[in-house]
Design a protein around this ligand. Structure first.
Ligand SMILES: [Zn+2]
Length: 143
């Protein structure tokens, strides 16, 4: 079953800068976040922007979600002023993330709509556009 694990590309349709909701795991709703003043129950769901994606590992880091402390040793490099305990996002499996639709604000699965378009020079190409499975809105590659 795992024979072509190495050649199977990561099929996630998530992109850097997408806003996602963590649906499982340590960073998931209610585990790490405490409601602050002026926050409602919606804030309990851990949401954030994808900072980076590692397709080989199938993991991503999400802004402000699953924060961990790293113990950074003092460095002589002046561009590395952080010493001691610094907070950093730990990676989360892509399968634990759901896109938050910018239009209907719901955590949703992503559909794909194909659209034919003409390139300069008359060459026909198919463009694949991500769409929200809930409201059908197009989802921009970069918000
Ligand atoms: Zn939507």
């Amino acid at each position: 079953m795992l024979a072509n694990k190495e050649t199977t590309p990561c099929r996630s349709r998530l992109r850097v800068n997408d806003t996602v909701q963590v649906i499982l795991g340590k960073g998931a709703a209610g585990r790490k976040r405490v409601l602050g003043e002026g926050e409602d129950a919606q804030d309990r769901q851990a949401r954030g922007k994808i900072l980076s994606i590692n397709k080989e590992k199938g993991r991503a880091t999400v802004e402000g979600v699953k924060m961990v402390y790293k113990h950074q040793k003092a460095s002589r490099d002046p561009s590395q002023p952080n010493v001691g305990r610094i907070q950093k996002e730990a990676s989360i499996a892509l399968s634990n993330l759901m896109l938050v639709c910018p239009k209907c604000n719901a955590a949703t699965r992503i559909g794909i709509r194909s659209e034919e378009y003409e390139r300069a020079g008359g060459q026909k190409k198919i463009r694949r556009i991500r769409v929200c499975k809930k409201c059908g809105a197009d989802i921009a590659e970069r918000a």
